[in-house]
Structures are given as C-alpha cells and as structure tokens.
Design a protein around this ligand. Structure first.
Ligand code: HEC
Length: 126
C-alpha cells in the first residue's frame, strides 16, 4: 500500500488548513485596508490609483474596465493569464519581480501569512 501515507498526509494538511483558514479571513480583510489606499472592491468607484479588485478570482490580468495598465500587466493578460490565489501570493511577495515594469509601486506584503490571508480574502466571490 504505497498510497496510504500520501492519503494521511493529505488529510493532515486539510485538517491543519481549515481552522487556520477561518482565522485568516478576518486578518485578510484587515490587511486589505493597506491596499485600499489604491484599490477599491467597488468597480464603480472612480479616481483610484490602482484597478478595482472586485471579482478577482479567475479574472484575467490587467482587464478591469476603465483602468489604464502598464504594458507589463497588459502583456500578461494578453497571454491569457488570470488571477488565482497562488499567482496573487507570488505577486504580493514581489510585484516587480513577477511582472517587470509593473506600476504597482507598493512593496506588496513581506509576511507569507499576510499574503495568504489577503489572497484568501480577495479570492472570495463578490
Ligand atoms: C500605492 C498604490 C497601491 C497599493 C498600496 C497597492 N496597489 Fe495593487 N496596484 C497598484 C497599481 C497602480 C496597479 C496597476 C499595475 C500596473 O498596471 O502595472 C496595481 C495592480 C494590482 C493587481 C493587478 C490587478 C489586475 O487587474 O490585474 C493586484 C491583484 C493588486 N494590485 C493587488 C494589491 C494588493 C492585494 C495590495 C495590498 C497588499 C495592493 N495591490 C496595494 C497600486 C497599488
């Protein structure tokens, strides 16, 4: 039985992840306050420095209506890339490293747990 250790490892991960995920959701919302200087969750809110982040899960990169993106993000979208939790966490770790020439001047989030919490919050359907 080679699959048994794998299955129990997966179970352990699932059990470990659930309570954490519940706690993180409040943290993600609080951390998002730092993003709201430039990003809204309301697609209709005008005058923000960054694109709105409503419905980010599965949204193609660089395609929020009414926002003029950098060539770097437009190119990523033109390649068909879209946002999921993993990509968002990597972007927030170092926006410039992921999309060279990204106009997001904010440094992202230094702590891995913070990136995970914000990604969890932003990937929820809204
Ligand atoms: C100082 C302003 C500023 C802050 C603060 C900021 N961003 Fe951004 N963000 C931008 C700009 C400007 C862009 C567009 C980048 C481009 O066109 O290259 C962007 C782009 C993005 C995108 C890509 C959206 C898309 O439609 O493809 C995501 C996702 C994002 N930011 C998430 C965040 C998160 C999460 C935070 C908080 C941890 C944050 N940003 C903080 C300015 C900011």
């Amino acid at each position: 039985m080679r699959s048994a250790p794998v299955a129990s490892a997966i179970t352990a991960v699932l059990f470990a992840a659930q309570p954490g995920a519940a706690q993180e959701s409040g943290a993600g919302e609080r951390l998002f306050a730092t993003c709201q200087a430039c990003h809204s969750l309301d697609p209709a809110k005008p005058g923000m420095a960054g694109p709105h982040l409503a419905g980010l899960s599965g949204r193609r990169i660089g395609t929020a209506t009414g926002f003029d993106y950098s060539p770097a993000l437009k190119a990523a979208g033109a390649q068909g890339l879209s946002w999921d939790a993993e990509r968002l966490k990597a972007y927030l770790a170092d926006p410039e490293a992921m999309f060279k020439g990204s106009w997001m001047s904010a440094p992202g989030l230094a702590r891995e747990a913070d990136r995970a919490a914000v990604a969890d919050f932003l990937m929820r359907p809204r």
